[in-house]
Design a protein around this ligand. Sequence first.
Ligand code: RIB
Length: 312
Amino acid sequence: MRGRIAVIGSCMIDLVTYVTRMPEAGETLAAPRFEIGFGGKGANQAVACARLGSEVMMVGKLGRDAFGDATLRNFATHAIDASFVDQVEGVSSGVAPIFVEPSGENRILIVTGANDHLRPADIERAAGELRHAALILLQLEVPLETVYHAIAWAAREGIPVLLNPAPANPALALDRLRSVRFFVPNQSELALLTGLPAATAREAEAAAKTLLAAGLEHVIVTLGGEGALSLGREGVRLIPPVRVTPVDTTGAGDAFIGSFAHHYVASGDVEAALIAASRYAAQSITAPGTQRSFPDAAAFAAFCAKLPPAPN
Ligand code: RIB
């Protein structure tokens, strides 16, 4: 199994402030550092795939502004095919003010801007190219109607889909997701979608099982510092975490998904792809920034060479 990965999703510019603590209401507080970087869950996942060596195409929307121009240059730098990333007049590119605490924990606001203009018609327009994808990645920073349309289109074309239901959206209709091959929430998204607690691996397993019972094929729950849980036809598997000292956890979920997609498309081996994804996400949180912290294939291989062999 080899082939192109298509990402239908969001682009944002991340405005990252590193804080010593969050201010109280009405308080003004100096923060030590600020950085601008490329973000958006869709673009992040596309860049992770590309940095690892996958052929990637992106379908998305930008504003016709400096952030939009810079994002197109970033895709070109990563050899990501952005022929179907359009710039929309009269609306800003998506931006994400992000606050990172000394522990590496992040808080993110999103102003979706041009991302709201990605419509089902854009999927149809890109259909000739999307048809060559081995896997399609979707998230929820673009309109739900577009996500549903892409899922239904991919099912008709026989192309597997990975859906990352982030950010959490209580309006997501599970009965429209039955053809999705991989459904990849984090613990808070899982809790919101199921109405069940998912704070521990045991709770997350019980909650994820209700999604399987509702007809989803394969659920992968990212557990932050506790690894990941995979539930599907082959049963339940806990992918152990890789212990690192976090510097900035922003985009760790996107690093996990991009790496999983790259390794799954390259090998067809779900288990091996999950182990690689867990390692890649761990490496990404040891450096500041979102896409900036995603290693390329050589840096990732060097990181893995220092880890104990993967468990059987
Ligand atoms: O998942 C992290 C991303 O969420 C950030 O890059 C930010 O842009 C938001 O989309």
